[in-house]
Design a protein around this ligand. Sequence first.
Ligand code: ADP
Length: 327
Amino acid sequence: MFKQARIKLTVWYLAIIMGVSLSFSGVIFVGVNRELTRLEDFQKTRIQGIIRGFPIQVNIPPGPDTDAINEARLRIITTLGFINVSILILAGLGGYFLAGQTLDPIKKMVDDQKEFVSNASHELRTPLTSLMTEIEVTLRDKHLQLPEAKRMLASNLEEVKKMNNLSNYLLKLNKLEHSTATAFKKVDLKKVILTAIAKVTPLAKASKVKLTTKLTATTITGNEDLLTELVTILVDNAVKYSKRGGSVNVSLIKSSLNIVDHGIGISSRDLPHIFDRFYRADYSRSKEHMEGYGLGLAIAKSIVDLHHATISVTSKVDKGTTFTVIF
Ligand code: ADP
């Protein structure tokens, strides 16, 4: 599809350039030709004048050099033709290159979109298949008892919740990618962090992870809900990927937010991809209890970008990870 579009675009570039070039050549040729004709006429008139004025003139100058003038015309046509063919070749090559450059970002965007849709469908298919299988098996059971039916419904509800979470994530990501920084206000970052920590505390308690903070009062311009979401994602990950009994420290010094954990860490192979949509390191996929879709950090990155902030990460496998956001 893109090859065809590239060729079409090249043809359009060529048509425009050749249109301009041929028009100029036409104008140049008409101008030069008019001059040559005038010269020819002038010579003719002069010769006639000389003949009329001096009928017995002996040294009549030779007649207008029509051959030389025609030759000059031919040479101009050849030169203009050569220039136009050169422009055709150069513009063809240049146009093909430029068409590629123009279409490349669009191609990348379409490829990204395709990958996104395929990943999203894949993530939705797993809970859907499990839901379908459970319902089918239960319906085939002729002696189904109420407690069993309830158990199945509870399990179904879990799968439905997962799908609901995924669609919420997808909607949020889509909304963020089309948001602008218009509804920004002064935000107390310390308060935002405390709210996020309160949200993650139940998980931290359940996995016996100690949460510590060192926060200085800082105010920035931004969206409070989105900033709470950002800190929640980062602290939630820090707790989720900590070892049982580990610790997570959240510090805010001026406009630099650091979230340090001493958990499983991220390998250098995974590190460049963790902000990609749906990216999960292999251990996160294989371990059932580490729920997630690999969308949290993509959302975090979109929020950071929206606030014109920066996010960076350093990590060592089995030693821990530090996320730094600078506002
Ligand atoms: P997920 O829902 O899988 O947590 P994220 O987008 O939040 O998705 O994170 C992407 C991946 O980055 C995770 O699957 C995990 O492999 C890795 N990751 C993120 N935060 C941490 C962390 N603090 N420690 C170790 N690995 C992490």
